[in-house]
Design a protein around this ligand. Structure first.
Ligand code: NAD
Length: 246
């Protein structure tokens, strides 16, 4: 077991990549703190984790609300005992060409995708510094590296996450806290189901491995970064994209 008796906190854990990471971490021996705005689906994930005989806690939290995040840690840390692994996974898209993009579409994506990561990094790192250990993994996107038509908001948020990852890796390294990111490409989840057929075809043509990725393939890389197998890796970005960006 690669995360035996660790405590891992995963945001956006009700479905998709976050849910898959939560279940994989539980299989590897971790207890899991599940966070999402979708309480009902989060409970379903919690029930699956309990069947694996791991402890789990669920919270309805909006990652973009700093006060909620700070109160959560202040109120619940005594119950959890510690947080060994933080996975900042919650994210949204509000795609539009910039000429049509509403201010709210920009604000929502930056608030949830970018400020959400800031909120959790800021609050969790305080506790991890006291523990003198911890691992933070941020879920970015290859769109943060190469951009995409109709996604200036999403691309900016995911590029920003890489800036947070590298700066924080430098800030926290002396406290034995590692900070890394993964940049998934085109992964089969409800986020990509929304894309029209033409867009899906275009993306597939750009993937050397010639297929869409699975949430399991993202979770495998996140597990590697969470585990001791990556103990000398910090400030890095791993692309999980079938070779789309080289
Ligand atoms: N699917 C892909 O192809 C792909 C590619 C690159 C990066 N990503 C990133 O992976 C992450 C997970 O994506 P997914 O495809 O599993 O998406 P998803 O939509 O299936 O899941 C996202 C989860 O985040 C939750 N969430 C949304 N806003 C929230 C908020 N304010 N507070 C708390 N939770 C919130 C949702 O309720 C949902 O459960 C996202 O950060 C996404 O940008 C996905």
């Amino acid at each position: 077991m690669r995360l035996k008796d660790k405590i891992s906190l995963i945001t956006g854990a009700a479905q998709g990549i976050g849910k898959t990471i939560a279940l994989k971490f539980a299989d590897e021996g971790s207890d899991i703190i599940l966070l999402d705005i979708n309480e009902e689906k989060c409970e379903e994930v919690a029930n699956e984790i309990k069947r694996k005989n791991r402890k789990t806690w669920t919270y309805k939290i909006d990652v973009s609300d700093y006060k909620q995040v700070e109160e959560l840690f202040n109120n619940e840390m005594a119950t959890w005992g510690r947080v060994d692994v933080l996975v900042n996974n919650a994210g949204i898209t509000r795609d539009n060409l910039i000429v049509r993009m509403k201010e709210a579409e920009w604000d929502d994506v930056i608030r949830i995708n970018l400020k959400g990561v800031f909120n959790f990094c800021k609050v969790a790192s305080r506790f991890m510094m006291k523990q003198r250990s911890g691992v933070i993994i941020n879920i970015s996107s290859i769109i943060g590296l190469v951009g995409n038509i109709g996604q200036v908001n999403y691309s900016a948020s995911k590029a920003g996450i890489l800036g947070i990852t590298k700066s924080l890796a430098k800030e926290l390294a002396s406290r034995n806290i590692r900070v890394n990111a993964v940049a998934p490409g085109f992964i089969q989840t409800s986020m990509t189901e929304e894309l029209n057929e033409e867009r899906k075809k275009l993306m597939l043509n750009a993937i050397p491995l010639n297929r869409i990725g699975t949430p399991e393939e993202v979770a495998d890389a996140v597990l590697f970064l969470a585990s001791g197998e990556s103990s000398y890796i910090t400030g890095q970005v791993i692309n999980i994209d079938g070779g789309m960006v080289m």
